[in-house]
Design a protein around this ligand. Structure first.
Ligand code: F0G
Length: 456
């Protein structure tokens, strides 16, 4: 059969409230054209994020009833630890309430003024947590990542030569090398096993630990299986174990590739770093056997980790986005190719060439998608990355709109509806206007900035 069906049945449903365009125009005005300020029950298809929005399985809900809420030594923690270690064999596994808490703990120890922390591309919270310590977050992704048409199979790879130069010239300032799998901010693009190996070799030769920001590790592993020479016959869990065997530690958001609605962890081999991290954890998150989580959350993660490496699921997962990507391309919509693991990224700068980057074409497109069809997406461009720590503004590398797919939540008819919404917005793209920022905070402005529509 050529149709890849959703490999699950629906047992519990959440109704979607249907709204009209007039209602949505008013809701946008009230939200100052910031989609983070829209109430989610006013959204029809919510593609803002794939984070924490997964549908949990019957087994996960069952495990939740087993959650043991003891302050110390809960069996739920040990089941969580065993499930993580099965795939990521680190010595110390430290639960946190989500990924950014793990980042905050890690960089509070390793960051600081004058330090430089390279990654392929830092995501917004990672960059924010690095910069909050006074350190510099440096993106060293390969050049192909910037060419939205390049069909390079691993556009998340780090430019190893640039890492080598950085470590040779500024080695003492670099406390750690990070690698994001898949590379979310760069379009959900995977990193190859060969690249992880090469980055680890360079980092280790310079005496630096390599940590994976591993939120979407299973999608990355399935891309390796499908695209990397010599990997096709291997099981996803084996590839996952290879990825983490090359690293010295990881940060994780269980809200992505663990099918959980909350949770994360920090893991490493180094005893001294782990000791410092646990001390910090107790101050900010909780005792080391629960982190910022309830025992029931740890149980949901343990089960989710086993479900996420299922190849039937991963095949369906990647195909969903590929399907949306193919249909958008057939309309002529410029997208980042190849399509990423968790999302389709639309190139808003090319979609709206008449809107200059500092009038936020990504935001303009995201607003139009909501107004037209009640679809909520996320700008990943100049609004998100254009504000520098010194308060000046510059165009981001790219202006993208991310259509992130929650896991096991929407069906093919939602995807077909999304394409119809695009059809309509594409047809009147010449009339879309840019925006100006009427108010913004000093950091992470995309969450709370207030916009105004510019006149035609
Ligand atoms: N690293 C990456 C690559 C991420 O995509 C995220 C979150 C985090 C770290 C932080 O994890 O949310 O659990 O604190 N990304 C979400 C997104 C928010 O929409 O892409 P968190």
């Amino acid at each position: 059969m050529k149709t890849i069906i959703e490999p699950f049945r629906i047992k519990v449903v959440e109704p979607i409230r249907l709204t009209t365009q007039e209602e949505r125009r008013e809701l946008l005005r009230k939200a100052s054209w910031n989609l983070f300020s829209i109430h989610s029950d006013d959204v029809m298809v919510d593609l803002l994020t794939d984070s924490g929005t997964s549908a949990m399985s019957a087994d996960q809900w069952g495990a939740i009833m087993r959650g043991d809420e003891s302050y110390a030594g809960s069996p739920s923690y040990y089941r969580f630890e065993a499930a993580v270690r099965e795939l990521m064999p680190f010595k110390h596994i430290i639960p946190t309430h989500q990924g950014r808490a793990a980042e905050a703990i890690l960089f509070s120890i390793l960051g600081g003024a004058g330090r430089v922390i390279p990654s392929n591309t830092h995501f917004d919270t990672t960059r924010g947590n690095v910069e909050a310590t006074g350190a510099t977050a440096l993106d060293l992704v390969v050049a192909e990542a910037r060419d939205t048409d390049s069909l390079h199979p691993f556009k998340g790879n780090m430019d190893v030569a640039r890492l080598e130069v950085l470590l040779a010239e500024q080695g003492p300032s670099v406390p750690i090398v990070m690698l994001t799998v898949t590379n979310n901010a760069g379009g959900g693009q995977p990193v190859s096993l060969a690249n992880i190996r090469a980055v680890a070799e360079v980092a280790h030769r310079h005496g630096k630990p390599l940590f994976l920001d591993a939120c979407r590790f299973a999608e990355n592993a399935y891309f390796i299986k499908c695209r990397e020479p010599g990997q096709a016959h291997r099981s996803v869990p084996d590839i996952v174990r290879d990825m983490f065997a090359l690293a010295d530690g990881m940060t994780m958001s269980a809200k992505k590739d663990a099918f959980a609605n909350i949770g994360g962890w920090l893991a490493m081999h180094d005893d001294e770093l782990a000791g410092a991290a646990r001390n910090r954890l107790i101050l900010t998150e909780g005792f080391p056997t629960y982190g910022g989580l309830a025992g029931r959350d740890l149980e949901a993660i343990a089960v989710g980790l086993r479900e996420i490496v299922d190849e039937q699921y991963l095949r369906y997962r990647l195909r969903t986005n590929e399907y949306i990507g193919e249909r958008l391309r057939a309309l002529g919509v410029p997208i980042v190719q190849p399509v990423g693991g968790h999302a389709v990224f639309v190139d808003a700068r090319r979609f709206l060439p008449h809107v200059p980057p500092l009038q936020y074409p990504g935001q303009a497109l995201a607003v139009a998608l909501y107004e037209t069809g009640g679809v909520r997406s996320c700008e990943i461009g100049t609004v998100m990355f254009g504000l520098r720590p010194d308060g000046t503004e510059q165009p981001a590398e790219m202006d993208l709109v991310r259509l992130a797919m929650p896991r096991r939540v929407y069906t093919q008819s939602h995807a077909d509806y999304l394409i119809e919404v695009f059809e309509e917005v594409w047809a009147r793209r010449g009339q879309l206007r840019g925006l100006r920022i009427a108010w913004q905070p000093k950091q992470l402005r995309h969450f709370t900035a207030r916009f105004e529509l510019l006149n035609a």
